[in-house]
Design a binder for this molecule. Structure first.
Ligand code: KIV
Length: 257
């Protein structure tokens, strides 16, 4: 584990962990100052490319966006999602995780699942590739997007998976759309930080998709809080530009050679 990851893990029970997604350099460089962790999430498939699911996101897409994000991240831990069908077995996972790390210079990869990915997680960690886990709703395999932890079997499985992931060596786990008391139980049970998205304030930290938080992505999920309406700000700026060009106010002498 590198020092950044060790310091990240130490935040558990000390201070809340701040995480956000980034898909490009410009956003990454703005949020880096305020974040502990920046995730290049495969949510970019729906947010940027209008895909109906993250299944269509490719390794090349993740690598290219991550290379851009890398240029904007100085202090935060940078984690890259391994996309769908890139970690179906240990051999495939290792080859692709190595490719992500070497081409993007990120600090860690994130993979979805519990028991099913146990051996894969162990293999990556044995090969010195830090891994972040992801439980609850798993967008790469989900058939519906209803929150998890409604019945005892589901709760027991998720709790079991969190312990398995910890044992396999992940340094942190994203909990996506998990019932509050289960998120609390997991957070108390494991010694590594839990990062919630729709999983209550009991988690050690929170993550949101930045485009949702700034109001650039049209989404109305319960777990999203819009902190800004950047879409309107862009609209206003573009409108002013249009008016200036139309009235021959732009470019002025100051902006000409
Ligand atoms: O892909 C993503 O952005 C994610 C977060 C929502 C946790 O996995």
């Amino acid at each position: 584990m590198n020092n950044k990851i060790i310091n990240f893990v130490k935040k558990k029970n000390k201070s809340k962990i701040i995480s956000l997604t980034a898909y490009s350099k410009n956003i990454a460089s703005i949020i880096d100052k305020h974040c502990d962790l920046i995730l290049v999430g495969d949510s970019l498939g729906s947010v940027l490319y209008n895909f109906s699911s993250t299944k269509k996101v490719t390794l090349e897409m993740m690598i290219e966006h991550s290379k851009s994000v890398r240029m904007g991240v100085i202090k935060s831990l940078m984690v890259v999602d391994m996309p769908y069908n890139t970690y179906r077995n240990t051999k495939e996972a290792l080859k692709n995780a190595k490719k992500i790390i070497s081409r993007t210079k990120c600090d860690a990869v994130k993979i979805e699942g519990g028991k099913k990915v146990y051996q894969i997680v162990k293999t990556l960690i044995k090969n010195k590739i830090p891994v972040m886990g992801h439980l609850g709703i798993l967008p790469q395999s989900a058939t519906n997007f209803k929150f998890k932890g409604k019945n005892t079997t589901e709760r027991n499985n998720i709790l079991r998976d969190s312990k398995l992931l910890e044992e396999a060596g992940v340094f942190s786990i994203v909990l996506e759309c998990i019932e509050s008391s289960l998120a609390k139980k997991i957070t108390k049970t494991v010694s590594i930080p839990t990062i919630g998205i729709g999983a209550s304030s009991h988690c050690d930290g929170q993550v949101l998709v930045t485009d949702d938080l700034i109001g650039l992505n049209k989404i109305s999920a319960r777990f999203v809080k819009k902190y800004s309406n950047i879409g309107k700000k862009i609209n206003d700026a573009v409108l002013k530009f249009k008016q200036d060009v139309t009235k021959v106010k732009f470019p002025s002498k100051k902006h000409s050679y």
